[in-house]
Design a binder for this molecule. Structure first.
Ligand code: OAD
Length: 236
């Protein structure tokens, strides 16, 4: 029987789809101050500014399409499940490019840009168009309680129980296009290593966590990921 595969993706997988990364020299956090935009405190102090930042990022998504790396991971999922293996794709990305490519066993640990959450009734709904401080929740109809359904610094990422359960029993772990600097995701490779998994890193560059990995594939995700998927399926 095929083993249990966990894939972690970060902003690098979507870079060639036209979405900026965070920590590269042209990344979002080089242009914007995350402390003023991506914390609960920033939202409490200046919600209109935070909404404007996420509205702009949501607008960028309109034209974004999956690249060959997203497509290859969706193919890998189908092929691996057909062999009887377990599969979980964990993304730190708030875009929907994995869904557009056809991935199904997918968790968005940092939330989703195209969703919003009501701080009053806790309902998560689709975010259509721009949000502002007067937008009403479609469920409870209260204005002023909606926030982007994304995880901010200082908040606990989503689906942690499911993710750790998968990591603790995985046989293969691959990290793609992530700098390995933001916890808890940066610690996933260690958990997988302790579980005895084979660790593969796919990235343009070395990362903080590179020394822990057994294999490295260096190159842009749109060519490196399809090549790795083909080789992985051929050997597995
Ligand atoms: P980063 O911006 O920290 O790292 C992007 C990684 O992708 C780097 O290691 C690059 O070398 C690599 N990279 C860039 N282009 C690539 C390409 N075409 N092919 C392959 N690799 C490429 O992004 P993340 O690691 O995803 O969280 O950042 C983690 C979290 O920090 C994000 O989810 C976000 C951010 O602050 C929150 O906002 C809570």
């Amino acid at each position: 029987m095929a083993g249990s595969l966990v894939i972690l993706t970060g902003a690098g997988i979507s870079a060639e789809s036209g979405l900026g990364t965070f920590r590269d020299t042209d990344g979002l956090w080089a242009e914007f101050d995350w402390q003023e935009l991506a914390t609960p405190e920033a939202f409490a102090a200046r919600p209109a500014r935070v909404h404007a930042f996420y509205n702009a990022r949501r607008a960028n998504l309109t034209a974004a399409r999956p690249n060959a790396a997203h497509t290859a991971l969706a193919q890998l999922e189908r092929a691996w499940l057909a062999r009887g293996g377990d599969f979980l794709l964990v993304t730190q990305n708030v875009d929907d490019l994995h869904e557009q490519a056809g991935s199904e066993r997918l968790v968005h640990m940092h939330g989703e840009l195209k969703k919003m959450r009501c701080l009053g009734c806790h309902t998560v709904t689709d975010a259509v168009g721009e949000l502002d401080t007067g937008t009403c929740c479609p469920r409870c109809q209260q204005p002023g309680f909606l926030r982007p359904h994304v995880v901010w610094f200082g908040e606990i990422p989503l689906e942690m129980d499911l993710i750790f359960q998968a990591l603790e029993t995985c046989t293969h772990f691959a990290a793609i296009g992530t700098s390995g600097t933001v916890y808890p995701a940066a610690g996933f490779s260690e958990v997988a290593k302790r579980a005895g998994a084979h660790l593969t890193e796919i990235n343009l560059a070395q990362t903080e966590t590179s020394p822990l990995f057994d294999s490295h594939v260096s190159g842009p995700a749109s060519t490196a990921v399809p090549a790795w998927v083909e080789a992985f399926l051929a050997q597995g």
